[in-house]
Design a protein around this ligand. Structure first.
Ligand SMILES: *Cc1c(COP(=O)(O)O)cnc(C)c1O
Length: 398
């Protein structure tokens, strides 16, 4: 079998002695990104100066890079734009959705959603001051919570803690049948699993690019607006670069065509250059191949850990088709256990209160490493190597 992933793993820098099972939190450094950032700084910024906005194509970068992400999430060219952070993009998507449903006051989300999505919604609803209500229900209760009072459902497709997958197509259809809109957060989907935004008829989608897309810490986020709403969506953050003609310096805001209106201010060119180079790794790769390999890796990991580490309790759905590209286990000393693993080169992460999380990323992770990681996990658990005071000391980032 010719292994496309043997080629892609060469594209990444991986420090000696590390088995990286945390690409779901921060993807590793693509070698091309380092070279590209240096070139952007030295040659484009250094020599082109202000001319770079035209001569180096900086002004088009947010949509050009957006189009490259679009291919990975089943979106048409011209429907995705990059910039800002995911928290900001959540705000923009929800604000525009609510504006499209002015007679409705309920937003549905679920208790598995990442807190910042809920926080941003809370802040937005408060400042709108129109009596909107955020209803947070259990993930399995989302479907029955959708009724004719709902303006929008705002869900993260893959649960960040457990990896549980929502049925995007079915829930979007249910929302539409009730006259509501559907906003999908793809933070743990983009680059992890096949996504078909157009096929699911999603109205808005957002995501970050530093997880499975390997764009680097704090890499720009993306937002998708369905072409159906492109010309109707009113941007809440009406910045000058989302204006129809920024350099007309018109005192009145007029939205740019389509998703371009979701741009806000000056794009982070150096960060976009890193992301653009990182996306090269996906050239010629289909998300179906990634999914197949991810399931092979995660199924084997899950089976081995369950048999060899009776202390760990599976927190992810057992059916691989019901989860994203991660496997999580509960363990009451999970934080200390993860620190012990990291000290031994197996890098995963911990999510309160007791979740040990492991991500599977076929572009740079192979079966040999997965099995080697299992050996180390088994040794740490069986020998209680985690039971040391230094492993209990909590860092700021877990
Ligand atoms: C990682 C993640 C975020 C992070 O938001 P930032 O603004 O990039 O810090 C938000 N939402 C979800 C669902 C995530 O998984």
């Amino acid at each position: 079998m010719t292994d496309i992933f043997a080629r892609t793993r060469e594209l990444f820098h991986m420090p000696e002695g590390v088995i990286y099972l945390d690409g779901n939190s921060l993807g590793p450094l693509p070698k091309a990104a380092a070279a590209r950032v240096a070139e952007t700084i030295e040659s484009e910024w250094g020599n082109e100066l202000i001319r770079g906005w035209n001569s180096a194509g900086w002004m088009e970068m947010p949509s050009r890079v957006g189009d490259r992400i679009a291919r990975l999430i089943g979106a048409a060219p011209g429907s995705v734009v990059t910039g800002d952070t995911l928290s900001i993009k959540v705000y923009q998507a929800l604000a525009s959705a609510l504006d499209l449903r002015p007679d409705r006051k309920v937003v549905i989300s679920d208790s598995g959603n990442f807190p910042t999505d809920l926080y941003m919604a809370q802040g937005l609803l408060r400042s709108l001051g129109k009596g909107h209500e955020l209803k947070v229900v259990a993930p399995e209760e989302v479907e029955e919570a959708i009724d004719e009072t709902v303006a929008a459902i705002m869900l993260t497709e893959v649960d960040y803690r457990t990896g549980r997958l929502h049925d995007m197509k079915a829930l979007t259809a249910k929302a539409h049948a009730a006259g509501a809109l559907a906003i999908w957060d793809l933070a743990h989907s983009a680059g992890a699993i096949p996504v078909d935004l157009a096929g699911a008829r999603a109205d808005f989608a957002v995501g970050c690019t530093y997880k499975y897309l390997n764009g680097g810490p704090g890499a720009p986020a993306f937002i998708y607006v369905s072409p159906e709403h492109g010309e109707k969506a009113v941007p809440a953050l009406s910045g000058w670069l989302g204006h129809e003609a920024p350099f007309a310096f018109d005192p009145d805001y007029r939205p740019a065509a389509g998703v371009e209106r979701m741009r806000v201010g000056t794009p982070p060119i150096i960060a976009l250059a890193a992301l653009d180079a990182a996306l090269n790794a996906w050239d010629g790769i289909g998300m179906d191949e990634v999914r197949t390999r991810s399931i092979e890796l995660s199924e084997r990991f899950l089976a081995e850990v369950e048999t060899r580490c009776p202390q760990l309790q599976l927190a992810s759905p057992r059916d691989p088709l019901q989860r994203g590209s991660q496997v999580s286990f509960r363990f009451e000393n999970g934080y200390a256990a993860m620190q012990a693993l990291i000290a031994r080169g197996v890098i995963g992460d911990f999510r309160a209160p007791d979740i040990m999380r492991f991500g599977f990323t076929p572009l740079y992770l192979g079966m040999d490493e997965v099995l080697a990681a299992v050996e180390i996990i088994e040794a740490v658990m069986a020998g209680r190597h985690w039971d040391r005071p230094e492993y209990r000391k909590r860092s700021k980032v877990t």
